[in-house]
Design a protein around this ligand. Structure first.
Ligand SMILES: Nc1ncnc2c1ncn2[C@@H]1O[C@H](COP(=O)(O)OS(=O)(=O)O)[C@@H](OP(=O)(O)O)[C@H]1O
Ligand SMILES: Nc1ncnc2c1ncn2[C@@H]1O[C@H](COP(=O)(O)OP(=O)(O)O)[C@@H](O)[C@H]1O
Length: 492
């Protein structure tokens, strides 16, 4: 019987299909192939996924926290085998698609996976499979942790205290899930001298789950697969396969040593740094104090989180045709070119449509492609420390959200709604397009015969019927300055 709300996919004639995975899917696949998700050997069937979702159990009653499933496009859902490929198109694994199914979110392949080809990449080479790591662990307790942030003196003292208490070997499994996973691994390696002798460090591509409880349980399963008998976790974990310990309280004493709280009288304790304060120091490019971390770890932490002034940002203008997006965008470019050190890339609607997006029209699907391509380029510019200014109409919320997501992973993002009223845009009618649209000569014209979804998440709203271009630019610059992306400009 099919699980509630799901239907099996009917068998088709197609034998083998291919599917390219995104980085998060690839990470899950690697853990499956590596035996880091035992007892799973493939993607879950409808019944298994439902059982995990509702009871956090596989069908045999084995606890399992999070459904590991694989979405596939409808046209390949019935294929007998699906070849999974990485972003470059290289084959990575084959799914025997025994029991494909469908629910409200689409079609899913289900069945065991087997590897295809050799694993590649530097990190991949330094990451032996779970069973190999487990076999290499000494007898006795093994204390595992899966950090997502660099370990500083406080966390290192916590690990040392727990390891001493349990007389445990330490197994650090840095989670390669942020935008620069290789730097997290380096930061953990830089903490090596502060960790107990013989500590094992193995990066693990475990992607963060949206539900922190399920995430913590999944981390415990992965730690167990790598051979940990205990896990340090700040989140309480129910139904964990191994013992889960809260990090003990450690405090900084007058001599700047981090010690278990019981050893330091209240009068001798000095405050640490909150995560927020650390971020603020890094944003400003200030040094992290020696009592907080070691110089080697601080150096990697600075590379993970460079000062705002060295990071890139994107300003996305959105609004009706004729609202003034291009005019304000060009004036902003001029100001940034004059005062800011970053290289500026202007991705203007009309120009983009003649180059990057040549051939696209104005259907909803084409506009979506247009805006997302612009977003992709803007995110690359941002990633490399530049300033990207984009000025498409971008009428759909989902596309603007997609751009925001792509960019905020790598730098700053400001959404500016150029909210000049339609009547004013139409009065300007610089290119005569509104007249043609009203006459029916241009179909699907934004604001006339095609929708514009007004943003409710704009960082700034400008009405150029009451603001001059210079005033509009000054407001954008004020937002950038307030958020620390640009400094004060000399000569102002
Ligand atoms: N049907 C229709 N609807 C809206 N606009 C049209 C249309 N046909 C052509 N144009 C001209 O194309 C410019 C908008 O392109 P964009 O790439 O910014 O649009 S979108 O973001 O993909 O919706 C827009 O330029 P701007 O006036 O600079 O916004 C118009 O000049
Ligand atoms: N305060 C203002 N800000 C921006 N544009 C203005 C303003 N006042 C008048 N305009 C005129 O409005 C038109 C806006 O066109 P444009 O910048 O190409 O808009 P969009 O890129 O949104 O289609 C230009 O002709 C510009 O000179």
């Amino acid at each position: 019987m099919a699980a509630h709300g799901t239907t099996p996919v009917a068998a088709g004639a197609q034998r083998r299909a291919t599917r390219c995975l995104d980085p998060a899917e690839l990470a899950d696949l690697e853990l499956l192939l590596d035996g880091a998700f035992p007892p799973l050997r493939g993607f879950l069937t409808a019944d298994e996924a439902e059982s995990v979702r509702t009871r956090q159990q596989l069908r045999e009653g084995v606890p399992w926290p999070d459904p590991i499933t694989l979405r596939v496009p409808d046209d390949i859902a019935a294929a007998e085998e699906i070849e999974l490929r990485d972003a470059e198109g290289a084959p990575v694994a084959l799914v025997r698609n025994d029991a494909p199914w469908r629910d409200g979110t689409g079609a899913h392949a289900a069945g065991p996976v087997q590897p295809l080809g050799e694993p590649t990449g530097v990190l991949r080479r330094m990451r032996p499979p779970a069973a190999e790591v487990r076999a290499s662990m000494p007898d006795g307790p093994v204390l595992g942790l899966l950090p997502e942030e660099p370990l500083h003196h406080r966390e290192l003292a916590q690990v040392r205290a727990l390891a001493a208490e349990l007389d445990a070997h330490v197994l650090v499994l840095p989670r390669m899930s942020g935008p620069r996973p290789e730097l997290l691994v380096q930061a953990v390696l830089a903490a090596g001298p502060e960790l107990p002798e013989g500590t094992t460090i193995v990066p693990v591509p475990l992607v963060r789950r949206s539900d922190p409880k399920r995430d913590a349980v999944l981390a415990a399963h992965v730690a167990a697969a790598y051979g940990a008998t205990h896990l340090v976790s700040r989140f309480p974990v129910e139904q964990a396969p191994i013992a889960v310990l809260e990090p003990p309280e450690v405090v900084r004493d007058r001599a700047d040593r981090w010690l278990p709280a019981a050893q330091v009288p209240a009068a001798d304790r000095r405050p640490g740094l909150s995560a927020e304060l650390v971020r603020e120091l890094l944003d400003r490019g200030a040094d992290l104090p020696d009592w907080f971390t070691t110089p080697a770890i601080a150096e990697v932490q600075r590379r993970m989180h460079p000062p705002l002034a060295h990071r890139g940002f994107t300003v996305l203008f959105t609004g009706l045709s004729g609202a003034g997006k291009s005019t304000v965008a060009r004036a902003l470019r001029e100001q940034l070119n004059r005062h800011d050190h970053r290289a500026v890339t202007l991705l203007d609607g009309d120009v983009v449509r003649r180059t990057l997006c040549e051939g696209l029209g104005f259907s909803a699907a084409d506009r979506s492609r247009n805006v997302r391509r612009i977003g992709y380029v803007a995110a690359e510019v941002t990633r490399h420390g530049g300033a990207a200014i984009c000025a498409p109409i971008a009428p759909y919320r989902a596309d603007r959200d997609a751009v925001r997501r792509m960019v905020t992973e790598v730098g700053g993002f400001v959404l500016v709604h150029v909210a000049t009223p339609l009547a004013e845009c139409e009065r300007r009618d610089r290119k005569g397009l509104y007249r043609e649209a009203r006459a029916g000569a241009i179909p699907e014209f934004t604001g006339v015969s095609a929708p514009y979804e007004v943003p409710d998440d704009a960082d700034l709203v400008l009405d150029t019927s009451v603001l001059s271009p210079d005033e509009a630019v000054a407001r954008v610059v004020a937002v950038l300055r307030e958020r620390g992306w640009v400094g004060s400009w000399t000569g102002e």
